[in-house]
Design a protein around this ligand. Sequence first.
Ligand code: C2E
Ligand code: MG
Ligand code: MG
Ligand code: MG
Length: 285
Amino acid sequence: ILTLFGAALGGALGVILILLRRNTMSMKARLQQAIARKRLTVEYQPIVDIVTGKPVAAEALARWRDNGEAISPDVFISVAEKSGLINRLTTCIIEHVLDDMAAFLVANRNFHININISAADLFDRQFNDWLAARLKAANVASDQILLEITEQSTANSSDAIAAIRRLRARGHKIFIDDFGTGYSSLAYLGELSVDGIKIDRSFTRTIGTGSVSVSIIPQIIGMAHVHHLAIVVEGIETEAQRDYFAALVPKVDGQGWLFGRPTTSAAIREMLHASREQSNATSDI
Ligand code: C2E
Ligand code: MG
Ligand code: MG
Ligand code: MG
């Protein structure tokens, strides 16, 4: 009986040890495993013309469920960036997007997908070459994959200007993400020579609150126009916020909960088909 008891105790201890190790396995190691096992997924959030409400694009957003628990991309992207996993993560997201792309293009051949890339991707020539070859193989035009980079990754460096120039020479469109939150001044926008900016949702949030930051919005838009940049407004949650921008700019795209939360590729496909039927119906009249 004593030996039986001892064996049972040993077994239980072993199980506890395994569970403990699993919990203490670093987030880096778990993320690395998730990437290798293709466990990361993608959600898409629609970007629409805010006047007509028509979808023009969608942003691909990485998702990771770690043992059932959804980890925020703000957390795991930063882990990936610090631990040298970001290149693999980015290629994994792009593979997902290419799997879904053909169906999107059937519904709307002008549709494009925005992908977030990190500084390490921007500067990595091997990644740049891989992307070009991969898109070619998938028969996707390079201007149908927009690349979003953060202001931080361009922080006043001539390397960034050169890297952006290289990617644009290959036909990619480059947008500055979360514009207005980083270090770069409005004047620096001209030097960067990108295709567009995404106005950070911290500005959108100030609309109607009487905050002084609201007065910066027309300045950002004015500067974007000077440099012929396309504008996407982030974080539009209310009709009042949408109407503010619609009154201010003749042509502007927006993204936010008012138009749709991040969702599955199937839902985006349905949205595109519905929007096509709607425009067929109106052109029949
Ligand atoms: P981001 O690129 O600025 O993406 C927009 C974020 O704002 C998303 O958060 C989206 O869910 C959220 N959002 C959109 N509309 C609204 C709104 O109306 N209200 C509010 N409160 N939030 C809204 P998410 O998915 O949690 O992603 C956070 C960040 O993680 C992204 O910010 C991006 O910087 C990063 N990220 C996500 N996926 C990737 C990826 O594949 N690669 C890289 N490098 N970064 C990624
Ligand atoms: Mg983004
Ligand atoms: Mg953003
Ligand atoms: Mg962000």
